[in-house]
Design a protein. Structure first.
Length: 341
């Protein structure tokens, strides 16, 4: 949502944008520090457990509490439109907006609906999609605004020649199995003359601090976390990555040749479905984690590094798949809905 808010603020600095999120959400500190939002509200919310649990009763209690809090906020603020980005709290906020007859939209950034968006999609005025997963009078395929933001920022650096290097990133929380496998292939990469940068995730790095802090070779770099992933994506010839929506949007924006290893431990297996949307259009390769071993990991990395025809095909397809106008399309839909208010 941040790229869209930036675009709205650039166009009209006087526009007021408010944010309602979750008290325990990962984005809370970033949202507060961004300076993009005129007001912020953080509600006590939590998701449903997949199995029968007493915790689900607490979830329902918090949902109804958030609904009435959201209704009060929306009445006081009187917004022209409410846009939900999925997540635990958005269901209550959108439900309140619908009851108050405020124009509403949701954005689904994955290749499968999350629970909140699945429940809301038939009730909101507009459904904005990052992937072509449904087509009806309410849906609009807009892409992921993060793709637009990264492309615009780095488009003049896309043609920079890359060295024989691999960037491995397992997402913000890391991926232990991928980390261990890459570390076990350290000597193989060295013999092949391949430079590796491994971003392990903070938790894994802390658990293995003594072992990892001793790795100080210039051709095998281990980092716990980076704040600006695109800066490391750009010089990498090949990227090995999970396939969360944000990371995938950045990879596509920069046209990076990629081997996806989706996390199997996510709701609705959405990472694999995200990756398959790219793989089936020959814009990447993929290995499922339960099929991953040292041999097929190393073989596929080398293939992506050295096979010029394969690389050319992937980059050409990414040029076609990468929706660099996603942010503009998103804003256009907001403009149209605001006219209804």
């Amino acid at each position: 949502m941040v790229p869209v808010v930036k675009k709205l603020k650039e166009r009209d600095p006087k526009i007021e944008v408010l944010f309602i999120g979750t008290k325990g959400g990962l984005e809370k500190d970033f949202i507060k520090k961004s300076g993009l939002f005129n007001k912020t509200f953080f509600l006590d919310s939590q998701g449903f457990k997949r199995k029968v649990s007493f915790g689900n009763l607490i979830t329902l209690f918090k949902y109804f509490k958030n609904y009435f809090q959201s209704r009060k906020i929306l009445k006081e603020v009187g917004p022209n439109i409410v846009v939900g980005m999925g997540g635990y709290v958005s269901g209550a906020v959108l439900k309140a907006a619908i009851k108050l007859k405020i124009p509403t939209a949701i954005h689904e950034q994955n290749a499968v609906y999350g629970l909140a968006n699945k429940l809301l999609k038939g009730k909101v005025d507009r459904v904005l999609l990052a992937y072509d997963i449904e087509s009806n009078k309410k849906t609009r395929l807009v892409g992921n605004p993060r793709t637009s933001e990264i492309y615009q920022k780095y488009k003049n650096r896309l043609s920079v020649k890359t060295e024989k290097s691999v960037l491995v990133v397992g997402g913000s929380r890391g991926a232990d199995e991928i980390n261990e496998m890459i570390l076990s292939l350290k000597d193989d990469f060295k013999k092949a003359g391949i430079k590796v940068t491994l971003i392990t995730g903070n938790l894994y790095y802390r658990k293995n601090l003594e072992r990892l802090s001793g790795l100080k070779e210039p051709e095998f770099i281990v980092l716990p976390f980076v704040n600006n992933l695109p800066e490391l994506l750009l010089p990498a010839r090949v990227v090995v990555s999970r396939s969360g929506a944000t990371t995938l949007a950045e990879i596509m924006a920069l046209r990076k040749v990629c081997l996806f290893i989706p996390s199997p431990n996510v709701t609705n297996n959405h990472q694999e479905k995200n990756a398959l949307e790219i793989v089936k259009k020959e814009g990447a390769l993929m290995i499922r984690e339960n099929e991953l071993n040292k041999n097929n990991l190393f073989t596929n990395i080398c293939r992506l590094l050295d096979d010029k025809d394969l690389r050319s095909k992937i980059i050409t397809n990414l040029n076609l798949l990468s929706d660099v106008d996603a942010c503009e399309k998103f804003v256009k839909e907001i403009d149209e809905l605001m006219l209804l208010g």
